[in-house]
Ligand binder design. Structure first.
Ligand code: PCA
Length: 218
C-alpha cells in the first residue's frame, strides 16, 4: 500500500491534434487535494515504450496508493471507465516517435489481460448520479493508451493494495469544430468528472461489496 498520494497521468497531443483533454485535466488537478490525498500529475509522451518507462519511474518515485491514467478517445461521447487492459500493441497509426508496432505483446510472457482494480461500476454510477455521462468500456483499444494501462496493471500486480486503472475522455468542443457531428464534452465537466472519479475510488477502497450496482453499466 502506498502513500496518501494519487498519481494522475495524461498524454501529449497525437495524430495531428493540437491538444489532448487528458493533459489539460492533469494540469487542472495537479497539486490539489482530494479526500485527503495529494494529486501528482504527469503528462506522458504518446509513444510506445517511453510512455511506460516514464510511468514506471513515477510509480517508483511517488509510491502512490491510487493511480489513474487518462487518455483521449476521440468520438466517444461519455467518460469511459475501462475494465480491461490486453497484452497487445497493434497500432493503426504511428505514435509521436514514428513507431507503429503490429501484433506485439506489451510485456513478453505477460498474461493476456489484466482487469482494472478501480471500483469501475461505483465510479460510473456515481458520475451518472452527478449528471455526468459515463459508462463502463470493455476495450481501451490497442494503441498507446492500452499499452500504458497494461503496463500499469503489470507493475501493480506486485504492489498489493494499490488501486489502478484507466479512463478515456471525449474530445473537447474546440476539437470537433471541424469534425461535424462528432461528440465532445467541455473541459469543465471533464475535470469535474475526474475529480469525482478519484473521490469515488478512495471512498470505495477496500469495500468490494459496495462496488457492485445493479446490472450492466456499459
Ligand atoms: N489516446 C490514445 C493514445 C493517447 C491518447 O490520449 C489511445 O487511446 O490509445
Amino acid at each position: 500500500m502506498g502513500n496518501a498520494t494519487i498519481l494522475l497521468t495524461g498524454f501529449e497531443p497525437f495524430a495531428g491534434d493540437e491538444l489532448n483533454p487528458s493533459a489539460a485535466i492533469v494540469r487542472h488537478l495537479e497539486g490539489s487535494r482530494i479526500a485527503g490525498h495529494q494529486v501528482h500529475g504527469q503528462v506522458l509522451p504518446c509513444e510506445f515504450g517511453t510512455s511506460l518507462q516514464a510511468l514506471w519511474q513515477a510509480l517508483d518515485r511517488l509510491q502512490p496508493s491510487l493511480v489513474l491514467c487518462l487518455g483521449q478517445a476521440g468520438g466517444r461521447a461519455e467518460i469511459s471507465v475501462e475494465r480491461v487492459a490486453i497484452n497487445v500493441d497493434d497500432a493503426r497509426i504511428a505514435d509521436n516517435a514514428g513507431k507503429q508496432p503490429v501484433d506485439e505483446p506489451v510485456v513478453a510472457q505477460g498474461p493476456a489481460a489484466y482487469f482494472s482494480s478501480l471500483p469501475i461500476k461505483a465510479v460510473v454510477a456515481g458520475l451518472r448520479r452527478a449528471d455526468i455521462p459515463a459508462s463502463v468500456s470493455h476495450t481501451a483499444g490497442t494503441f498507446v493508451c492500452n499499452h500504458v494501462f497494461y503496463g500499469l496493471m503489470h507493475a501493480c500486480a506486485s504492489r498489493p493494495g494499490v488501486q489502478a486503472g484507466f479512463v478515456h475522455v471525449p474530445w473537447l468542443p474546440e476539437q470537433v469544430v471541424h469534425r461535424p457531428g462528432q461528440a465532445s464534452m467541455s473541459l469543465v465537466l471533464q475535470v469535474q468528472a475526474i475529480r469525482q472519479a478519484l473521490a469515488l475510488c478512495i471512498k470505495y477502497r477496500g469495500r468490494p461489496d459496495l462496488h457492485q450496482t445493479q446490472g450492466s453499466l456499459d
